[in-house]
Design a protein around this ligand. Structure first.
Ligand code: GUN
Ligand code: ZN
Length: 441
């Protein structure tokens, strides 16, 4: 007989996109709810008492006041930057040259890539993140290491080989043909295997020649169901540099558009300093913009226009951008998104922040039919929050009058201590695996 597991506690999920400043009926909250799991999928949700009665054979795991959520989804990260996160004192281009590129060179060694990939995914699980879309390095073995590590953990992850053929150290450069051939071989090896998806990955226009962008545009045209990820308009000096490198382009987005790299399955990280034409085109094609707020404050990039872009109907995801981002935690990322919006005079409701970190990012990654919500048929990737994980948070959440007041202190002050439990594909993650990376040496 198939095993049934019933998680009970407070349950929260989103059936639709909430408003920026109010949930507007999109949230489904139950203070005594349940999630029934069968064969790795959510079989049913509803009041715990009803599920218990209907399925007396289910083994129950009672989380009490714990908040059962879909696992967090990080829509843009660089797993190879795990070991150089929080590197001091630079802005984007200097930060890439001083810290990022030297670290990425180390991924020529498959053993190093495997070590960091495992470490990274264990850190994610310890922070309640069950899906990530990551850049790898130029080395195909960095992609193999990433997908092997995800496969071993049963995780749904997306990612691809970062292609660059100029303006980076020799050891990190390929060329248009190798970028195409390597990406194609990796795509054929990994796309749709287990819970893994290949993502075509030109790093950004400054590190690709027009020929390389075109080669990857051709690969995308041949595989339109794949996502394509890159960076767009993160810093003003970067945009000036793009103008010098592509004098004929109408704007930064045009450097992608002209080479077949603008599309509905495109993911554009940062998207801070956009021109009106770029905004109009992105909305028209239904591409996704990925907001990386801890990165944008850490590297000093600027303030994402959440309210303006959402009002235009842009598709938006949320991400850490590890290691330009300064934390692995989607809680810290929601906190930064709230603060960045405040600096633009926009107050984001906790429901909108939580939607962004779950269903919103899942939809940005075109995975909204599989993950990001607690509903029958969805994959059982789940994060259980302790809403009183520290004395500071507990004394505030005790005063809460509703779930939003109860969860907001954890969004603003919480970290991995707030992650009470994590489930991946219907299996509870062993704390020892998630915490192994807690050892310093
Ligand atoms: N732009 C191009 N590459 C990167 C990167 O690795 N991190 C960030 N934040 N921006 C980039
Ligand atoms: Zn990035």
């Amino acid at each position: 007989m198939t095993k049934l597991t019933l998680l009970t506690g407070q349950t929260l999920s989103f059936d639709a996109q909430p408003g920026l400043s109010a949930p507007q009926g999109a949230a489904r909250f139950d203070s005594a709810g349940g999630v029934l799991i069968r064969d790795g999928l959510v079989a049913a949700t509803g009041p715990a008492s009803e599920l218990r009665k209907a399925h007396p054979e289910a083994s129950e795991i009672a989380y009490g006041e714990g908040l059962i959520l879909p696992g967090f989804v990080d829509a843009h990260a660089h797993y190879p930057q795990t070991a150089m996160i929080a590197s001091w004192g630079k802005r984007l281009i200097d930060w890439l040259n001083s810290y990022t590129f030297p670290e990425e060179m180390r991924f020529a060694d498959p053993a190093y890539a495997a070590d960091i990939a495992g470490r990274y995914l264990d850190l994610l699980l310890a922070h309640g993140t069950t899906t990530v879309c990551s850049f790898c390095t130029v080395h195909p073995q960095s992609v193999d290491a990433y997908f092997e590590a995800a496969k071993a953990r049963g995780m749904r992850v997306l990612g691809g080989k970062t292609c660059m053929d100029r303006n980076a150290p020799d050891g990190l450069l390929d060329d248009p043909k190798r970028a195409y051939d390597d990406s194609r071989a990796l795509l054929n090896r990994w796309h749709g295997v287990h819970r893994l998806s290949y993502v075509i990955t030109p790093r950004f226009s400054p590190t690709s020649t027009p020929e390389q962008l075109s080669a990857l545009g051709a690969l995308w045209a041949e595989n339109p169901d794949c996502l394509m990820q890159t960076h767009l308009s993160e810093q003003t000096d970067e945009i000036d540099w793009v103008k010098e490198l592509f004098p004929q382009a109408r704007d930064y987005l045009d450097t992608y558009e002209a080479h077949g790299l603008l599309g509905t399955n495109g993911l554009y990280g940062h998207a801070i300093h956009l021109e009106p034409r770029e905004r109009a085109r992105l909305a028209e094609v239904g591409a996704a913009l990925v907001h990386c707020p801890t990165s944008n404050t850490f590297i000093g990039s600027g303030l994402f226009d959440m309210a303006g872009l959402a009002a235009e109907g842009q598709r938006i995801g949320l991400a850490t951008d590890t290691g330009g981002g300064s934390d692995f935690s989607m809680l810290r990322t929601m906190c930064a998104a709230y603060e960045v919006a405040q600096l633009r005079g926009q107050a984001l409701h906790p429901s909108y922040l939580l939607w962004l970190a779950t269903a919103g990012s899942a939809e940005a990654l075109r995975q909204g039919n599989r993950i990001g919500r607690l509903a029958p048929g969805m994959e059982a990737d789940i994060c259980v929050l302790d809403l009183a994980s520290t004395p500071a948070i507990a004394q505030r959440s005790r005063r809460a009058n509703d779930i939003w007041e109860a969860v907001f202190p954890t969004i603003m002050m919480g970290d991995d201590r707030a992650i009470r439990d994590v489930w991946v594909g219907g299996t509870r993650v062993e704390p020892s695996a998630a915490q192994s990376s807690g050892q310093l040496f």
